[in-house]
Design a protein around this ligand. Structure first.
Ligand code: RFL
Ligand code: PHB
Length: 390
C-alpha cells in the first residue's frame, strides 16, 4: 500500500489533519489502535478556542457544533467565599470560547471522514515507523491478523501521550521536559442541570473543584484528589458532598445532583518533547506535549499544531515549498510553551498545596487578592484562556 501521509492516531488531531489534507487533495491513511466506539467513549475536553472552531469550519465539520455548542463570554473564579468573573469578551476586545465536548467533535470528524470515504484502519497493533530520515519512509503494523506496510512521503505522529511516534525519535536528538503535579482530578459526568451558565473554577482549603458542562442537561464536574486515589473509592454521594463543600455556599445551594454516568481520575502533568520533527516524522497534539487541564488548553494546542502542520503539508504538495515544514517544530513549540505556562499558572493558582508548601499557599492568597484589584492580571488571564493567536 502507498499514500502521501500516514497519520498515526485517530483522535481529534489525526482526524482533523486527515480531513484538512483531503479537502486540499492530499491522500492519507489513519491508523488507530482502538475501536471507534472506544475512542468515542472517552470523555475529555469541553472548551474550544476560536482558533479551533474556525479550523473546524474550514474543515467543514462545524454544523452540529454551531447548532449545539454554547458560546461563553466569560467564566468564574471562586475563592475565599467570593467570586470573580473573568469577562473574556470585554477584556479581550470581543473573544469568546465555545463549550462543545471533545467526544461530539470527534464523532463529527469521523462522520466527515466517512462522507469523503477517508481510510481509517482501527485496532491496528504493533505500529513501527521506518526510515524516518529517508525521502521514502514507511509504517508497518498488524491489522486483522496480517502484517502490512504503507510507504509514504510523510508520517504524522498524532498518537497521544502513550503512542509510539514520540519515542521513535532517537533519544540523543530528543529532550523531554516534565513536571508531575502531586494530585489528580476526579471527573464526573451526570445528567443534571449545570449549576451555573458559565464555568466555575474554585479554590478551597480542601482542594480545587471545577463546575463545567456539556449541555443544558449534562454537567461535567471535577475535584482535586490524591494521585493514589481510585474512582471506586468515590461513591456518588461522597463526590457530591465534596464538590458542595468546595464551591461557594450560595452556588452549592442550587447544585442539582444525580447518578454519575462516568467517573474517572486523570493525573495532572506538564510534558513537552522537543523537537516536534525528525526527518519525515512530524508530531502533533498530545504525542508531543501534555498540559494539566486547568487552563483548558490540551485540545486547543492539538488544533494549533494541526493548523501549522496541515498548512505546511498542503503548501508542500501545492507549490513544492518546504518552508512551512522547516519551521513547523519551532512555530508550534513557541505556542506550546506559552500555553503550558498558562496551564501551569492556573494549576498553581487554584490547587491546594498547603500540605507540602505553606509559603506557596500564602502566595496563592496574595496572588488572588492582587487579581481582584488588577484589571491587568485579569486581562492576561482572559487573553490566554480565550487563546493566543496562531
Ligand atoms: P488523543 O486524543 O490522545 O488521541 C490519540 C489517539 O492515538 C491512538 N493511539 C495509537 N494509534 C495507533 N498506534 C498506536 N501505537 C497508538 N497509540 C495511541 C489512541 O488510541 C488515540 O485515539 O490525542 P490528540 O488527538 O492529540 O488530542 C489531544 C486531546 O485529546 C487532549 O489534549 C485533550 O483531551 C486535553 N483536555 C482538554 N483540552 C482542552 O483543550 N480543553 C479542555 O477543556 C480539556 N479538558 C483534557 C480535559 C484532558 C483530560 N484528560 C482525561 C487527560 C479534561 C481531561 C480530564
Ligand atoms: C471540561 O468541561 O471537561 C473542562 C472544562 C475546562 C477545563 C477542563 C475540563 O479547564
Amino acid at each position: 500500500m502507498k499514500t502521501q501521509v500516514v497519520i498515526i492516531g485517530g483522535g481529534p488531531s489525526g482526524l482533523l489533519l486527515s480531513q484538512l489534507l483531503d479537502l486540499a487533495g492530499v491522500d492519507s491513511v489513519v491508523l488507530e489502535r482502538k475501536s471507534r466506539d472506544y475512542v468515542l467513549s472517552r470523555i475529555r475536553a469541553g472548551v474550544l478556542e476560536q482558533g479551533l472552531t474556525d479550523l473546524l469550519r474550514k474543515a467543514q465539520v462545524s454544523t452540529r457544533m454551531d447548532a449545539e455548542g454554547k458560546i461563553h463570554d466569560g467564566f468564574c473564579l471562586a475563592f475565599g467565599g467570593q467570586t470573580l468573573r473573568i469577562d473574556l469578551k470585554r477584556l479581550t476586545g470581543g473573544k469568546t470560547v465555545m463549550v462543545y465536548g471533545q467526544t461530539e467533535l470527534t464523532r463529527d470528524l469521523y462522520e466527515a471522514r466517512d462522507a469523503l470515504n477517508g481510510t481509517i484502519l482501527h485496532e491496528v497493533e504493533d505500529v513501527v515507523l521506518h526510515d524516518l530520515k529517508s525521502a521514502s519512509p514507511s509504517v508497518s503494523f498488524l491489522h486483522a491478523g496480517e502484517r502490512q506496510r504503507i510507504a509514504c512521503d510523510f508520517i504524522a505522529g498524532c498518537d497521544g501521550f502513550h503512542g509510539v511516534s514520540c519515542t521513535s525519535i532517537p533519544a540523543e536528538v530528543r529532550t523531554e521536559y516534565e513536571k508531575t503535579f502531586p494530585f489528580g482530578w476526579l471527573g464526573v459526568l451526570s445528567r443534571t442541570r449545570p449549576v451555573d451558565d458559565e464555568l466555575i473554577y474554585a479554590r478551597s482549603p480542601e482542594g480545587f473543584a471545577l463546575c463545567s458542562m456539556r449541555s443544558d442537561t449534562l454537567s461535567r464536574y471535577y475535584v482535586q484528589c490524591p494521585l493514589s486515589d481510585s474512582a471506586e473509592n468515590w461513591s456518588d454521594d461522597r463526590f457530591w458532598n465534596t464538590l458542595s463543600r468546595r464551591i461557594p455556599a450560595h452556588i452549592a445551594a442550587r447544585l442539582e445532583t444525580g447518578p454519575s454516568i462516568e467517573k474517572s481520575i486523570a493525573p495532572l502533568r506538564s510534558f513537552i518533547s522537543e523537537p516536534m520533527r525528525f526527518g519525515q516524522l512530524f508530531l502533533a497534539g498530545d504525542a508531543a506535549h501534555i498540559v494539566p487541564p486547568t487552563g483548558a488548553k490540551g485540545l486547543n494546542l492539538a488544533a494549533s499544531d494541526i493548523f501549522y502542520l496541515s498548512t505546511a503539508l498542503i503548501d508542500f504538495y501545492q507549490s513544492g515549498s518546504n518552508a512551512g515544514l522547516q519551521t513547523y517544530s519551532q512555530t508550534a513549540l513557541s505556542r506550546v510553551w506559552k500555553a503550558s505556562r498558562f496551564s501551569w499558572f492556573m494549576t498553581e493558582l487554584l490547587h491546594d498545596f498547603s500540605q507540602t508548601d505553606r509559603f506557596g499557599d500564602r502566595m496563592q492568597d496574595a496572588q488572588l487578592d492582587y487579581l481582584v484589584g488588577s484589571e491587568a492580571l485579569q486581562t492576561s488571564i482572559a487573553e490566554n484562556y480565550a487563546g493566543l493567536p496562531y
